[in-house]
Each structure stands twice: as C-alpha cells, then as structure tokens.
Design a protein around this ligand. Structure first.
Ligand SMILES: [Zn+2]
Length: 143
C-alpha cells in the first residue's frame, strides 16, 4: 500500500469512527473503569471459572457499552462527574504509589484529608506536624 492509499484509509477509518460515535457519550472515565474491571475479571475467570464472576463481567462490560453508545449525554456526563468526585481520594492515592516507591529513601507523600492536595515531606524526621500548603489543614504524621 502506498502512502496516499494509507492516508486515505486512515481518513476513512476516522470518519467511520466519528460517524459511529456521533451524538453518543463515548468512552468516559466511568465506562473506561468498568471496561478495565471487566477485563480484569475476564483474566481472573480464566483461572476461577466462576459463573458469578462471569455474570459480573457481563454486567460491567454491558454497562460500559451502554455508556459508550448512550445518547443521553448530559445524564451520562453527570454520572461520570459524580463517579470522578467519589473516587477522587483513592485515585490520588493510587497515583502516589509509584512516586512513593521512587522516592522511598528521601521523601514521603501524603494526601491532605480536607482538600486532597498531595504533600511531599522529607523522610526520617520523626513525628512532625505537616501543614497543607493549599488549605492550611494541619496533621501529625511520622515520616
Ligand atoms: Zn489541604
């Protein structure tokens, strides 16, 4: 296939995708999370072979498809925002794990419990009072 044909093919694929998702909600965070959870269950069930896991997989996968192809965008948007709000703290915590590991010898990371700001403190200072630079909340942690 020469370059022009390839470009034409790419354009056709793009417009086909655009047509498919026109007026649809598309893949938002909630749909993506359900999809990933479903994929994880699928892998687990290779070993577990459980009917219950299979039904949860169908439910999650079905729900993620329902979200992607839904035409009620405002409602799906509101649900997604609610999902993002509810999962904000655990998502921030998960994002800290690789940082915590990378800097494990020099610093520690904490999440402010009132504003969820990420705070980095030097390691090995004993019990110290940490003041959140964003909201001023104070808390005591062992470093
Ligand atoms: Zn704070």
């Amino acid at each position: 296939m020469n370059k022009d044909r390839l470009r034409q093919f790419g354009y056709m694929m793009n417009s086909a995708m655009a047509k498919l998702f026109y007026g649809r909600n598309g893949l938002d965070s909630l749909a993506w999370t359900c999809n990933m959870a479903a994929l994880l269950l699928l892998v687990i069930n290779i070993f577990a072979k459980s009917a219950v896991v299979y039904f949860i997989w169908i439910a999650l996968f079905g729900y993620s498809l329902f979200r992607v192809y839904s035409r009620n965008i405002p409602k799906r948007y509101a649900e997604n925002q609610k999902f993002l709000h509810v999962t904000e703290a655990p998502r921030k915590f998960l994002r800290l794990v690789p940082l915590q590991w990378r800097d494990r010898k020099v610093s520690r990371y904490y999440i402010c419990r009132s504003c969820h700001q990420q705070i980095r403190v030097p390691r090995g200072k004993g019990r110290i009072e940490i003041r959140c630079p964003k909201c001023g909340e104070r808390f005591i942690k062992k470093t």
